[in-house]
Design a binder for this molecule. Structure first.
Ligand code: GMT
Length: 378
């Protein structure tokens, strides 16, 4: 199959899922064409059947806002036509779905039929998408897509609750390359940051409000009162400065290490004992899955699709959004006894195996075949 993948090229979850999916599809023999404004971060190797088409928005003094969507649409028309693609798979509705729909309509006038699948990742529905300034375009693009997938049952429900669409949505969860996340522990790294044998607690995110990183700090400060521990914060974003200030306010900066954006996140996770994800909303929680694949239990909020991943009392615990006392209590329970910690670690890994890349990627392949077979030319 010749598949076009449209995604954000950055470290965000949707870009990571799209890139890892494209790489896996290429490994399975498909030709994969990535179309984005920059080479996706995780597209870090060369192989004969992966192609990258850059979307370059030319500058013109009249443009206060460069018309990315128009340029993307033109690029899609060009790539579909000349590479003879069988399918366009767009990740994150805004603006990828509407650009694909317009490209499909333009190509139809030239007698070319291209089926489109839109994968919803989360904030494109739960935060940004339902904003009235986007909603009509998102609804239209969903209705004009030949197939829609969502990364959890919760996101599927949110989509039906907030958008005018009756189209069937197929749930295909996030997945994980278990081999990559099964690397041996970097013990020298652990010794360097936790010289006195402290427990290591990790949070990774893009430091946006929705991640509630302030709750991570509050939970950690309660844990630290009972258990010698250090907090590793991976990632960066708009909330970083506020979080640094909060750590100073709580007098815990000597126990909190800001690692910034890190690509080999598995090396950090491999030394961790616990992962915190107190998000306000989270359609799936890919970073928690990455932690679990490294045998790290998760204490999280019970928002959105997280309960479909993290099993309460088994791979970690689920608490209400903002309930930092409950989160700290659960974390202390897991960390206070080596045998309990070991059980949670084993369970976390076992749960992660459910989302093994080899189980999930074929679900996309089957869905592609079904959509191509059933899609009707405009
Ligand atoms: O908001 C983010 O965390 C980034 C966002 C994205 O689309 O890049 O992540 C979303 O998609 C991920 C991959 O499907 C999911 O695992 C994340 O849960 C989801 N984030 C939210 O819903 C907040």
């Amino acid at each position: 199959m010749k598949i076009g993948i449209v995604c954000y090229p950055t470290y965000g979850g949707s870009g990571v899922v799209a890139t890892e999916l494209g790489k896996a599809l290429a490994m399975r023999g498909h030709d994969v064409h990535f179309i984005s404004y920059k080479q996706p971060a995780r597209l870090d190797f060369f192989t004969g059947n992966i192609f990258f088409h850059e979307v370059y928005v030319s500058y013109y003094p009249l443009f206060d806002f460069p018309p990315y969507e128009t340029t993307l649409t033109s690029r899609l028309v060009d790539v579909v036509k000349h590479e003879k693609l069988d399918l366009l798979h767009v990740h994150y509705a805004i603006p990828h779905a509407s650009a694909a729909v317009l490209a499909k309509e333009i190509l139809a006038t030239q007698g070319i039929h291209i089926p489109i699948i839109t994968t919803l990742h989360g904030t494109d529905i739960t935060l940004v998408g339902k904003d009235p300034s986007f909603e009509p375009v998102v609804s239209y693009s969903l209705n004009m897509s030949d197939g829609i997938t969502a990364v959890s049952e919760a996101l599927k429900k949110d989509t039906y609750d907030h958008f005018q669409t009756k189209k069937e949505i197929k749930v295909i969860p996030n997945f994980i390359d278990i081999e990559r996340f099964s690397k041996k522990s970097k013990d020298h790294f652990r010794k360097a940051i936790a010289a006195k044998g402290e427990h290591l607690i990790v949070h990774t995110s893009n430091f946006r409000k929705v991640k509630r990183v302030e709750d991570v700090v509050k939970v950690f400060s309660l844990i630290r009162e009972k258990i010698p521990s250090k907090l590793l914060l991976v990632g960066d974003g708009p909330e970083r400065q506020n979080i640094e200030m909060l750590c100073r306010e709580f007098h815990i900066n000597d126990s909190v290490i800001f690692l910034g954006k890190q690509d080999p996140v598995e090396e950090i996770l491999s030394v961790a004992d616990l992962f915190l994800m107190p998000s306000e909303t989270e359609s799936f929680g890919l970073s928690a899955l990455e932690a679990m694949a490294c045998e790290v239990p998760v204490v999280s909020s019970n928002a959105g699709g997280i309960p479909e991943l993290n099993i309460d009392g088994e791979s970690g615990f689920l608490c209400n959004v903002g309930d930092v006392n409950a989160m700290a209590e659960k974390a202390i329970y897991i960390l206070s006894d080596d045998a309990i910690l070991k059980t949670f670690k084993v369970n976390a890994k076992k749960r992660a195996m459910v989302f093994h890349i080899d189980k999930i990627v074929p679900q996309y392949e089957h869905y592609y075949e079904e959509v191509i077979k059933n899609s009707v030319a405009l």
